[in-house]
Design a protein around this ligand. Sequence first.
Ligand code: ZN
Length: 299
Amino acid sequence: MKLAMCSLKNNPAVCVESDARWFNFTEGFAVYQSLRGDDSSPPLASTNDMIARGLLNKAAISEALDALSDAGRLDGCEIAEPSEYLVPIRAGKIVALGRNYAAHAEELGNEIPGEPMLFCKSPSICIADGKDILLRESYGRVDFEGELAFIVGKKATDIRAEDAREYIAGYTLLNDVTERDMQAVAKKKGHPWFRAKNLDTFCPLGPVITLAEDMPWPVHVNIELQVNGETRQQSNTSLFIFDIPTMLAFITRFMTLDPGDIVTTGTPSGVAPIHPGDRIELTVPEIGTLTNSVASISG
Ligand code: ZN
């Protein structure tokens, strides 16, 4: 089961894919509420709403879809496969792992870290599937970094690695676009990489969220990134240096993760520069393909 934020007739809506059919779940949930005689709850405006109301899970969504089906109201909520995705969730924070595949650490001449190496990306720079990554003429080398990301489903403080699965609501794709020259200068000076990782539009996210119940556990999935149809990154998340339970336990030992927060798991080897006009496609088969083009702007 997949969830997305989509623009339907210019209005944002939560959309759900179940058994290869897509539904307008914002509309469906309103019908479901009225079927239950509930006219006091506000409408479901976003995936953030769903997470806040404990609905971002397969059981809750299935219950609503089943009730609609039983009442003969499900077909009325069916839509064509969405063509215009929005950012799938507005994260409170995005925690990123650096150097989490040995081959990627080696290609940039970095040591393999002894513990997870973390930085943050600002949720405000996220762009949806189909939107352009914008490069200013003044930027230096800018690289793609295709990554699997997960969405925290409930407040997580000091959690044990063996309990990690129950804290994850779903998975999506994230391109950790990076200005490599700014990063190199920062590294040399011993400064944080914040700017190199947080230029506007440098965080494509989506297109959909695959619910945690529909991902394998442990999460060993193929990940591939193509530029203009040519494969540039190809790996499997079983090659993580630190697996998802380890990263979740490590992070929550010093910082609480809240529902809707995102953790992005690091990029495999093959990073390379992007240029205006490039088309970047990041794929994990269990999720889909995140597609963004690159455009230049002055300044
Ligand atoms: Zn990265």
